[in-house]
Design a protein around this ligand. Structure first.
Ligand SMILES: [Zn+2]
Length: 201
């Protein structure tokens, strides 16, 4: 197996983590796969399991891979820029939209109060987190209606809205059609396209 050398956990780096050696703070940061959090070498948090550690050259790389900064050692410096914070929220939503996802849960995972998170998200994206989640769920539902034979109830469940009547209402509100009508229309359009293709050739 080949690794990028900069991601290798050398003995030297491991020792720096174990001894909370601040002289390495500018050299690398480490993330812990099981918690999804990254720290400076000097962080006083409990030493992770060696096999769960990932090394990064800087915090931007760790953010890009979906890790979150530790609240204790603040490895991103004083303050996380709002854009970066919203990117973290989106990353979390994109990976958890099919679960029961509340603003509180999101706030908990992205380290902030629900109120603050809502305000910053809206300021950066123009959408509230709830709107963003709903839009994502409806888009995924459209994909499933197009490309699967799953029932409406199954699709509702898969996109994180297990209450089917509510799913139907929301879907209609966002697209103007019920899920069943949307699927019929797609099937009809596909047939027509096929018919046209055949009549051309
Ligand atoms: Zn830390």
């Amino acid at each position: 197996m080949t690794h990028k050398p900069e991601h290798d956990l050398s003995d030297e780096k491991w020792q720096a983590i174990l001894s909370n050696d601040s002289t390495y703070d500018r050299t690398f940061i480490y993330a812990v796969k099981t918690t999804g959090i990254f720290c400076k070498p000097s962080c006083k948090s409990k030493a992770p399991l060696k096999s769960n550690v990932r090394i990064f050259n800087n915090y931007l790389e760790a953010l890009r891979d979906g890790f979150r900064p530790c609240k204790r050692c603040k490895p991103t410096g004083e303050k996380l820029p709002n854009e970066e914070w919203v990117a973290q929220m989106k990353f979390y939503i994109d990976n958890h939209f099919h679960e029961n996802l509340s603003l509180e849960k999101l706030a908990d995972h992205c380290h902030g109060s629900p109120y603050h998170l809502h305000r910053v998200f809206k300021q950066v994206t123009g959408l509230t987190p709830v709107n963003y989640i709903q839009q994502l769920r409806i888009n995924k539902a459209c994909e499933l209606l197009d490309h699967s034979n799953l029932s409406i109830a199954e699709i509702a469940e898969q996109v994180g809205i297990p209450n089917t009547p509510y799913f139907i209402t929301l879907f209609k509100k966002k697209t103007g059609l019920t899920p069943a009508a949307y699927r019929d229309k797609q099937i009809k359009e596909m047939k027509e396209e096929k018919y046209h293709d055949e009549s051309i050739s």
